[in-house]
Design a protein around this ligand. Structure first.
Ligand SMILES: [Fe+2]
Ligand SMILES: [Fe+2]
Length: 167
């Protein structure tokens, strides 16, 4: 009898890479965090992660880091809409959440951190945050994040939401 090894499908492989984080208690809370409008942070990040993984895989990049970085790029502490204190312009959500997401990711999932994952997370808000991404994988997530959030760029009032000027 001849056995043919078909191998893992991309979908299986993708979920294998991200499942520990995705199923963790802390990450599951993001199902209740609203991102922009009605979409949850969980859905948004999963979508960015999956699309980035596919692109990185096809193009021969570090697809594991792309998947993990995509999943954690908006892993900031609290739903930003609940923040009631007045903040100066540069402390608004749009400007600070990438750094917050990196700190929070390092605290919760240190075993998944590497220089690419960290750069993906902390630089994904380019050009709003002016330092550009360093790695090709970081560019993928930065661009995919904008494409997935496209409805925001087509609607000026949502754009203010994206920056964190409006809730
Ligand atoms: Fe973000
Ligand atoms: Fe995002």
């Amino acid at each position: 009898m001849k056995f043919i090894y078909i191998g893992k499908t991309s979908k299986e492989e993708f979920f294998e890479i991200i499942s520990e984080i995705l199923n963790s208690e802390e990450y599951q809370k993001r199902k209740k965090y609203k991102h922009h409008g009605e979409k949850s942070v969980y859905d948004h990040c999963l979508s960015v992660s999956m699309k980035s993984y596919k692109i990185a895989k096809i193009m021969g990049m570090d697809y594991k880091s792309a998947a993990i970085g995509g999943l954690l790029h908006d892993f900031y502490y609290k739903p930003w809409q609940e923040n009631k204190e007045k903040k100066s312009f540069l402390k608004l959500h749009g400007f600070v959440h990438a750094k917050e997401a990196l700190q929070n990711s390092k605290q919760n999932y240190p075993q998944y951190m590497n220089k690419r994952v960290e750069n993906i997370i902390v630089r994904h808000m380019f050009p709003l945050n002016i330092i550009p991404p360093r790695y090709v994988e970081s560019w993928v997530i930065t661009i995919v994040d904008k494409i997935v959030s496209m409805e925001i760029f087509l609607n000026p009032s949502k754009l203010l939401m994206y920056v964190g000027l409006k809730k």
